[in-house]
Write a protein that binds this ligand. Structure first.
Ligand SMILES: [Zn+2]
Ligand SMILES: [Zn+2]
Length: 304
């Protein structure tokens, strides 16, 4: 009863194509998650969603495509691919776009504005698929036999963290997920944009940090923002992103099985991602645990 996650976009802030980013990829965030029954869940709609859309059409062989699209927040790099997601222009396809209640502007408004005549040639009204906008409410029962939990994280304007599990291994309330499953870690936690250190912009409290660790605890895979080096972070406090060390520290504290370094800085070359990933592995090994560290790459698939 495992989920499978596939990475279509791994880059933060702006697409960064070129020879030096070809291995980890230049597309902005988009993940495809599948339940054991094959239900489609899309995480964020950065430019990676364009290739996902082409692949879905290929795989569907003319059958309708249905699924849930979860948006962590409405910054450009997480929504800019949506108007290029070909399945929305085909009648018979059905998507629910889930956003946060906490967003200042409703997600439906944001997507319509993304396709307003001033900035895009095709109006939202010309979309042929059925697209519904929903605000995510804690405890909502999802149609595709999976569960999702949400938590607010530290990012300018707000952003959500998601935790997904297939319903066969639904977590009992209050119990440690690890303990509840005989020590086997499970589930995917996706936190694309999050500043783990206290910054003036947020009401950082010990409770938030503790709640976050609890939220992530025992996940098989944690995909987390690892945009900055410690040196770079010094000039970017309050920008809403974390360092490699911060991400490793959270993964260790929350006893996850695999940490996926995500939201690569646009300027980060493939070779540098390799070096930073090695440093994170050394840091994790120093703590003597069994934490695995990989860097998100377009084309990477993991069982969760
Ligand atoms: Zn972002
Ligand atoms: Zn953002």
């Amino acid at each position: 009863m495992t989920l499978r996650v596939h990475f279509w976009g791994t880059r933060g802030s702006i697409p960064s194509p070129g020879r030096e980013t070809v291995r980890y990829g230049g597309n902005t965030p988009c993940l495809e998650l599948r339940t054991p029954e094959g239900w489609l869940i899309v995480l964020d709609a950065g430019t990676g969603i364009r290739e996902l859309g082409r692949s879905l059409i290929d795989r569907a062989h003319g059958a309708p495509i249905r699924g849930d699209i979860f948006l962590t927040h409405a910054h450009w790099d997480h929504i800019q691919g949506l108007p290029f997601f070909a399945p929305i222009f085909r009648p018979g396809n059905q998507f629910t776009i889930w956003g946060s209640k906490a967003m200042e502007t409703s997600i439906g408004r944001v997507v319509r504005d993304l396709m307003s005549p001033v900035v895009f040639p095709i109006a939202f009204e010309q979309i042929a698929a059925t697209v519904e906008f929903r605000e995510l409410v804690e405890g909502h029962s999802m149609p595709g036999n999976y569960d999702v939990k949400v938590m607010q994280v530290q990012h300018p304007g707000g952003a959500l963290a998601f935790r997904f599990a297939s319903r066969g291994v639904a977590e009992s309330r209050g119990a440690s997920p690890v303990a509840a499953h005989n020590g086997r870690r499970h589930g995917l936690v996706y936190i694309s944009d999050n500043e783990l250190r206290p910054a003036a912009a947020y009401e950082f409290t010990a409770t938030w940090r503790r709640d976050l660790v609890r939220f992530v605890h025992g996940a098989r895979v944690l995909v987390h923002d690892a945009m900055f080096t410690t040196e770079e972070y010094a000039d970017h406090q309050g920008w809403g992103h974390s360092t490699y060390e911060d991400a490793v520290e959270l993964a260790l504290e929350a006893e996850v099985e695999t940490l996926v370094l995500f939201h690569h800085k646009p300027e980060r070359t493939d070779d540098e991602v390799d070096r930073r990933t090695d440093e994170c592995r050394t840091l994790a090994a120093r703590h003597g645990g069994s934490l695995q560290v990989v860097a998100a790459a377009e084309g990477l698939t993991l069982a969760v």
